[in-house]
Design a protein around this ligand. Structure first.
Ligand SMILES: [Zn+2]
Ligand SMILES: [Zn+2]
Length: 297
């Protein structure tokens, strides 16, 4: 059984509206591509900052700019008009744990994907508000990032730790990556991951980003597995043609590390299903000619 739980029904463009993308027809497009690629379990996890209710959690200017939609309308749409599991991608905002918990617990999610896109006000993976322009060193940013995802896991707010080494988002040529064995940074997150029992996401999105690598690095995933974490597999697609993108590479990595099961979620209860021998039927190059989305995070 293959899964793709970290999906967005629209690009991250400012003007990508729910009216245009939260439709049955669009959800069916994602389902169709998933079917072609042998993926049975599908769920949608829109960014929490797209919803006005998120401003009760945090008032970062980026969130204030994007918060237009109603969270309960989204939940009702997914539940009533689609056959997708209902998830959400929620940022970990240190200090706002209770407000995040209240928002999540009041709604019928099947799972919550927990992300760290910001260190305090500074963005890791976009040019606006960039943490890389904050005067902090690469070493400081990497340390702080892995400490923060350890805290996000330990918070118990989330079912899945999203794109676990997002800090590597930029191209190696951008010199935003420390030298040497990176396990000295990964180590900072492991205690929180081990104590919480959170699932660790293997995401092919990194292959579509300047980094050009799966999240997380094999050495980090090996440490998470050692700590007892199960794996959730996703593409973080923001358009139908990216559902299950490059899964053959992710499955190869999982096989090399001895992972034979994936997490399945329902109403925030987790079970494990064998990956099995199911092959991906569509080759990864199928949509090579398509243009890259303008922005997706
Ligand atoms: Zn996402
Ligand atoms: Zn994300």
């Amino acid at each position: 059984m293959l899964t793709d739980y970290h999906l967005h029904l629209r690009p991250d463009d400012y003007d990508a509206s729910t009216a245009a993308h939260h439709t049955q027809a669009n959800a069916e497009r994602y389902r169709t591509v998933a079917g072609e690629r042998g993926i049975a379990e599908l769920g949608v996890s829109e960014h929490i900052y797209r919803f006005t209710q998120a401003l009760d959690i945090w008032r970062h200017p980026f969130w204030e700019r994007y918060a237009h939609d109603d969270l309960d309308e989204y939940c009702a749409f997914v539940r009533e008009r689609t056959d997708l599991r209902l998830g959400i991608e929620a940022d970990f905002v240190p200090g706002a744990e209770n407000r995040i918990a209240n928002m999540l617990d009041a709604r019928p999610f099947d799972y919550v994907v927990g992300s760290v896109h910001f260190l305090r006000e500074g963005a890791l993976d976009m040019d606006d508000y960039s943490v890389w322009d904050s005067g902090r060193s690469v070493d400081q940013i990497w340390r702080r990032y892995f400490q923060t995802i350890g805290e996000s896991a330990a918070s118990g707010l989330f079912d899945v730790l999203a794109h676990p080494d997002l800090v590597k988002y930029w191209s190696p040529a951008a010199r935003r990556r420390p030298d040497g064995d990176l396990r000295r940074y990964y180590e900072l997150a492991i205690d929180g991951i081990a104590r919480s029992g959170i699932a660790v996401e293997v995401s092919t999105a990194g292959l579509r980003k300047p980094a050009g690598e799966i999240y997380p690095a094999p050495a980090f995933l090996a440490m998470c597995l050692e700590a007892g974490a199960p794996v959730a597999l996703s593409s973080d697609a923001h358009r139908p043609e990216d559902v299950g993108a490059d899964y053959e590479r992710a499955l190869e990595m999982l096989a090399e590390l001895g992972v034979g099961e994936l997490c399945v979620f329902e109403r925030r209860r987790r079970s494990l299903e064998p990956i099995g021998a199911s092959a991906i039927s569509a080759p990864s190059g199928e949509h090579e000619g398509a243009s890259a989305p303008a922005a997706e995070r």
